[in-house]
Design a protein around this ligand. Structure first.
Ligand code: HEM
Length: 130
């Protein structure tokens, strides 16, 4: 599975959705939703693309059996968390925010584990793995 491409394409989808949402918020003056907009862009776009670039720079990670579950955990978690934030911004209880946060943290921990394990015996340089 080309995890680098999958992550970066998913990041672009988040960015397009986050930007369109931002334009909508600006035009309709609904700035109370800025927090969910920011999380869509930062978690969805910035972190997804960073994870994609990590896969790109250390392709050994793509061979991990955990790669696809990690992607699913992180992306589903981000979606659930942003939905919870949106609810909170709109004055609701944000019942989806806690489970979304847990999934996002779990996804990040799995990525940390994959990276730490896969690169343990690789010499890392500023130019990547050698
Ligand atoms: C077409 C592109 C974008 C538009 C039209 C847009 C629009 C907005 C608007 C209307 C706000 C609320 C400002 C306010 O409360 O006064 C905002 C806040 C914010 N945006 Fe964007 N945005 C865009 C792209 C992005 C991107 C790409 C990122 C991050 C990667 C981002 C991160 C943030 C952050 C961190 C805030 C502050 C959130 C807060 O105060 O809680 N935005 N944006």
């Amino acid at each position: 599975m080309k995890m680098d491409r999958l992550y970066i394409l998913t990041g672009f989808l988040w960015l397009i959705a986050g930007m369109v949402f931002g334009v909508y918020l600006g035009i309709t003056d609904q700035l109370q939703f800025a927090n969910s907009h920011a999380h869509a862009n930062l978690l969805g776009f910035v972190i997804s693309v960073l994870f994609g670039l990590i896969h790109r720079n250390w392709p050994v990670l793509m061979a991990s059996k955990l790669a696809l579950p990690q992607f699913a955990l992180f992306e589903i978690g981000s979606l659930v968390l942003v939905a919870g934030k949106y609810d909170i911004d709109g004055g609701g209880g944000g019942v989806l925010a806690p489970p979304g946060s847990v999934l996002v943290v779990m996804g990040t921990l799995v990525m940390f584990w994959m990276f730490a394990r896969a690169t343990a015996d690789i010499k890392l340089t500023s130019k990547g793995a050698v």
